[in-house]
Design a protein around this ligand. Structure first.
Ligand code: BEZ
Ligand code: FE
Length: 324
């Protein structure tokens, strides 16, 4: 027989006490959200007749996730990052801010402070011998098709094994991470290597959760972008390379039809020479359209904890320059 106690006055009173409603201190919004969250969980325990064993194994899993800083990894896997994007899309639509390249999730692997270049940058350190040469280029335009010169294009991606510098300590500092300012025609170009998809480490707490749901933890090959320019809405997006087995089966739900881009292989001697490359390459073209806005808060990326971000904030404040 399953017991149901959630709706009793005793439990309802208990919840108001636990959420601090009878205390003067604390934060009102936190109390409201906590009360709702705890109520939903208490009700769930009743409805699913959760056993003590199940409850404590969940606590153990949360401890494991936290101790390995994996909530930022589980969050996209459980669709929260994409859900927040869906909400931002709806907020933009409601405010009639239409047009522009679609946003998609940032993911947990950005590192602030990558080297900056104008027009062109080489992103790889030449150490990844399995990496196929990539020529990545595009133009940043506004919604009327005018090129945006001096736009800040931050790009980061994985190596041929799906690993990101900083998090993968075998890679050199800022490998495969660069900031490129667009030239007078709004163009940016990078020489780099074709990335491989990222996979959640086998056996990690996030993998345990995904496996319990019968899911995998694989992402397709992809390239991340932050694009910003004064007077334009900051864009967080990424492109997924066409043809990857996971292009439309991304565990982090970042793929959007408009952001799937092919890599064009070339062995043409004239094309190789004009790019000053030493052999065959794969060209990836990604043009970006930025929506206009006068609102300063929409011209910068939202706040969240990011690797090295605080150091960069301090450095730019010391230099007296505002980071866009
Ligand atoms: C990534 O961008 O590589 C990523 C995104 C979400 C979870 C894990 C990795
Ligand atoms: Fe990524």
């Amino acid at each position: 027989m399953t017991v149901k106690i959630f709706d009793t006055p005793e439990v309802q009173d208990f919840l108001t006490t636990v959420a601090g409603f009878d205390q003067d201190g604390g934060n009102e919004r936190t109390k409201q959200i906590m009360h709702r969250l705890l109520s939903d969980l208490y009700r769930l325990i009743d409805d699913f007749d959760v056993s003590e064993e199940e409850y404590w194994s969940a606590v153990n899993l949360l401890n494991a996730l936290g101790s390995q800083t994996q909530f930022g990894l589980l969050s996209p896997g459980l669709g929260f990052d994409h859900y927040l994007d869906m909400r931002q899309d709806a907020i933009d639509a409601e405010a009639k801010r239409t047009g522009g390249t679609p946003r998609t999730i940032e993911g947990p692997l950005y590192v602030a402070g990558a080297p900056q270049a104008e027009g062109f940058a080489r992103m790889d350190d030449g150490q990844d011998t399995d990496g196929e040469t990539m020529w990545l280029t595009g133009q940043v335009r506004d919604v009327e098709g005018n090129p945006v010169a001096g736009a800040k294009v931050e790009i980061w991606h994985a190596n041929s094994k799906g690993g990101y510098s900083f998090f993968d300590e075998t890679q050199s500092e800022y490998n495969l991470r660069r900031t490129i300012l667009t030239d007078s025609e709004g163009r940016y170009t990078a020489r780099s290597i074709i990335p491989s998809g990222y996979g959640v480490p086998e056996g990690a707490p996030t993998d345990v959760v995904l496996k319990a749901l019968g899911r995998h933890g694989e992402r397709p090959a992809h390239i991340h972008y932050f694009v910003s320019a004064p007077g334009h809405q900051h864009l967080t997006t990424q492109i997924n390379l066409a043809g990857d087995p996971y292009t439309f089966d991304d565990f982090a739900f970042a793929t959007r039809e408009e952001l799937v881009v092919p890599a064009r292989r070339s062995e043409d001697a004239a094309e190789i020479a004009s790019r000053q490359l030493d052999g065959p390459f794969a060209e990836v073209v990604f043009d970006v359209e930025l929506a206009k806005t006068d609102a300063p808060e929409l011209q910068v990326r939202h706040k969240r904890p990011r690797a090295k971000e605080d150091e960069q904030d301090q450095a730019s404040q010391l230099a007296g320059t505002a980071r866009v």
